[in-house]
Design a protein around this ligand. Structure first.
Ligand code: S3P
Length: 443
């Protein structure tokens, strides 16, 4: 289904976005490794997380939604998953596929993983490399792509791995593999990435610690293997990454004021807030609290002029999923915005550097793209718009351009709204409820 977004008269109201995707995948997976019943409130019921739930059921875990909307997982203990009868299809979910590969690599059976066209294009060698020395074997398509057969270790070996790319998915895959290996498994990261896996593992009673390296910049993160994990209730916070779409809409549509309740504000995720503030955005964080180890807060944002900014390379990991939303803000800002060291964006759900550059150009914005950088020339007012942008099976590209349409002079359309369901069910209704004008394009 194609959608079109017309200029809004202002974004206003109080909303709550769906649960955090990263935490939802982890909550389900880690709960299966505990002994007993875990109750998860606020789980994201988007297609990505549902694919993880189905895969975990195929692996013998009892995962169900209760009538009150709380999810219940009956854990099987560390290393307790069972060989699945059928292929595990993770759909569009990179997090689901990579974290599950970690978990499965120390379970002593064979499983076969696949995904949709977008996921089958994404690089998986980055997770297989650290898992082989732990005893797992993989058969992958050329280029280390899905579908992939995983044969888990009979006698898992604890891992020690220095990550060449800053990736929370790789780190988490190794730590989850380490859960069922005797002894200590450690991962080195030179730049901090989201730490939801560490936080949740601790929440379930695992021993997880991090130590700064003595001889260079970075941190070793370790887990002691084969713990007995105890179920602990979880409330999943609202997804900061999802919140950024209505938030940026409110920033660029004149006369807006928006409240977002119960949003996860883990500092390893909220790099975009710092960037937006440097651009002059009025965003206030209220009612900070901690839930299941994760910082949560309410956000209040008021529309106003933005200026161009340089995103420091050290902040890229903390806003890795927010570049599509950021690009929309940059396109409306006064002056030039630059992002460098963002080559990782080429291997997300789509090649996001290309998708952003092409989409913005079609909307009348001057953009320069190189291998791992993007420069956006903002004119100090929303661009012309008037284009149909390809969503490329990428939820965040689809949502970002609908947000641009909330402010652009003429409407912005996307050719396919389907990918939005992977992370943000109810996006269109939520946006229209606060003043957006998003509608189906008649066939
Ligand atoms: C995620 C980590 C990031 C992010 C992705 C979710 C996670 O990927 O882009 O959307 O839940 O661990 P990388 O680890 O590949 O950077």
């Amino acid at each position: 289904m194609a959608l079109v977004s017309r200029r809004s008269d202002g974004i206003a109201g109080e909303v709550r976005v769906p649960g955090d995707k990263s935490i939802s995948h982890r909550a389900l997976m880690i709960a299966t490794q505990s002994v007993g019943e875990t109750r998860i409130a606020g789980l994201l019921e988007g297609a990505d997380v549902m694919a993880s739930a189905v895969a975990l059921r195929s692996l013998g875990a009892d995962v169900s939604r209760q009538p009150d909307g709380v999810w219940r997982v009956l854990g099987r203990g560390v290393g307790g998953l069972a060989e699945p009868d059928a292929v595990l299809d993770l759909g569009n979910a990179g997090t689901g596929a990579r974290l599950l590969m970690g978990l499965l690599s120390t379970h002593p059976f064979a499983s076969f993983l696949t995904g949709d066209e977008s996921l089958c294009r994404r690089p998986m060698e980055r997770v297989m490399a650290p898992l082989r020395p732990m005893g797992a074997a993989f058969t992958a398509r050329t280029g280390g792509r899905l579908p992939i057969a995983v044969v888990g270790a009979q006698d898992p070996i604890p891992g020690s791995y220095e990550m060449p790319v800053a990736s929370a998915q790789v780190k988490s895959a190794v730590l989850l593999a380490g859960l069922n290996a005797p002894g200590v498994t450690s991962v080195f990261e030179s730049r901090s990435t989201r730490d939801h896996t560490e936080t949740l593992l601790r929440h379930f009673g695992a021993e997880v610690w991090s130590e700064a390296a003595s001889n260079r910049v970075g941190c070793w993160i370790s887990v002691r293997g084969q713990p007995e994990l105890s179920p602990a209730p979880i409330t999943v916070p609202g997804d900061f990454s999802s919140a950024t779409f209505p938030l940026v809409a409110a920033l660029i549509a004149p006369g807006s004021e928006l409240g977002l309740a119960g949003v996860g504000v883990n500092p390893l995720r909220t790099g975009l807030l710092e960037t937006l503030r440097e651009m002059g955005a009025d965003v206030v964080i209220e009612n900070r609290r901690i839930d299941a180890g994760e910082p949560v807060a309410d956000l209040r944002v008021r529309g106003g002029p933005l200026r161009g900014v340089d995103v420091p390379a050290e902040r890229v990991a903390a806003m890795i999923d927010e570049f599509p939303a950021f690009a929309v803000a940059a396109a409306c800002a006064e002056g030039v915005s630059r992002m460098r060291d963002v080559g990782e964006l080429r291997v997300k759900e789509s090649d996001r550097l290309q998708a952003i550059a092409e989409g913005l150009r079609a909307c009348g914005v001057v953009v320069a793209e190189s291998d791992d950088a993007l420069v956006i020339h903002g004119a100090g007012r929303p661009p012309a718009g008037g284009a149909t942008v390809k969503a490329r099976m990428d939820h965040r590209i689809a949502m970002a351009f609908l947000v641009l349409g909330c402010a652009s002079e003429t409407p912005v359309a996307i050719d396919d709204a389907d990918p939005i369901h992977t992370s943000f069910p109810g996006f269109v209704d939520l946006m229209n409820g606060i003043g957006a004008r998003i509608a189906e394009v008649p066939a």
